[in-house]
Design a protein around this ligand. Sequence first.
Ligand code: NDP
Length: 500
Amino acid sequence: MTATRTPGIPVVEDGFLVSTSPATGAEAGRVPISDEKAVEAAVDRARAAGTWWAGLNFDGRRVRLLRWRALLAERIEELAALPHAETGKPPADAIVEAIAAIEHIDWAARNAKRVLGPRRTRTRLLVAEHSGHLEYQPYGVVGVIGPWNYPILTPLGPISGALAAGNAVVLKPSEYTPAVGQWLVDTFAEIVPEQPVLQVVHGLGDVGAALCAAGVGKIAFTGSTATAKKVMATCAQTLTPVVLEAGGKDALIVDADADVDAAAEAAVWGSMTNAGQTCIGIERVYAVAPVYDAFVAAVVEKAGKLRVGEEIGPITMPGQVDVIRRHIDDALARGGRALLGGADAVQPPHVSPTVLVDVPEDSAAIREETFGPTVTITKVADAEEAISLANALPYGLGGAVFGKANGVRIARRLHTGMVAVNSTLSFVGMATLPFGGVGDSGFGRIHGEDGLREFARSKAITRQRFPSVVEVTRFDRHPAAVKRLTMILSTVYGRPPRRR
Ligand code: NDP
């Protein structure tokens, strides 16, 4: 039976999930749906595969992950065609996305041994007879649940960390982008045919929920804050740990000594790339009064050159168009002005670039995730006011600052997990830095050293090297032993530090 199709909305046909292009309605992917039993079976297979994979040790995994990296680099155009077909994003943007993902695989493969490998820790005087050993052991199976907006990069962040750390992975891609997830898993199997170390389960939200309940060692979720809460609630039933990469409402601050033209260029890229459907997209700008007029003019001029259907692709989820329209309408109804775009900008499946000014801080366009090619620009007296307004929301994912003298100082004071100074979004491509948010944007980290440790448990081992000089941890201890230890303690710790 063939269900009626609306462009962009995935349909279920005869046990298959079918994704379609939001721009043309053409079929983009067709994959079998997994039921709860199939999810459990995949996790069972992954347990055995994880044991085999962990047994390859860091060097064995490194060489296989680097081979996969090479395959992805070699076939990058074939890979990038899939998000273009399923989400409508411009092919060049899909390639840039894939490049960032490949960079993360390379870094994780090369650095896992250094970050997670066994090491001795320094001992302390009071336990000098023991040596300390620290190592990081994999969880076994990590479940990765991904969104549709960056269907290559967002799952490959946690997947690269989890695999490099020695886990098997079961991926549940978004129902909007199943073909991308399937391709990643199929190509990994070309490189690692021995065991199903990376598997995929397809379906709607219930399949993600089944994965959370299937007894995996950890869940890495990327998606909206509302779904993140559901994931955490399901995982709470089995105390399954989670890393949650949720939504955002990132702000850009333009300080008085900023390079205004560069700030405008980066603001347009940060807010409009991927048609604004970017978790770390710039949705709000706070520009200080002395540069406000020049900055606004430059943003309007640059955003006005973007071509809908070329640089600006369609809105992937048809339902999101209503959210974008509501935010624009609300902003205009409350006294905001559209210097570019506006109410007429919404022509499904596209939304043309929209620049809003004078928008009240309590409006939806300022407070809620819009996920469209829109940006608000607000005039502020100084950087202090900008910081306070930027920090006023419960979200705290990323952010950006343009300014010379105080850029980094301002960046430190933003309540977010990441900030780019004199650029936007750049931290996501830097494989050495952790990625993740605070507050409603989630917790836990992917990418970088923290992103490797996220997918391994620390294991602490002590080994007694020689008998204790002062035996106090046995029942037949001599009373003088405790006294002696107390004296040692007072000698070592009893004096306050000298004032500097
Ligand atoms: P959703 O939260 O709707 O979905 C994310 C994933 O969760 C999908 O695979 C979805 O499956 C699955 N899911 C849905 N319900 C459940 C459930 N009850 N239990 C387990 N899994 C479930 O997000 P979107 O896909 O719409 O992605 C957009 C959102 O993702 C935005 O808010 C964006 O900010 C955020 N995001 C965050 C990033 C970050 O790193 N912080 C990066 C990229 C995006 P299905 O699709 O089948 O419903």
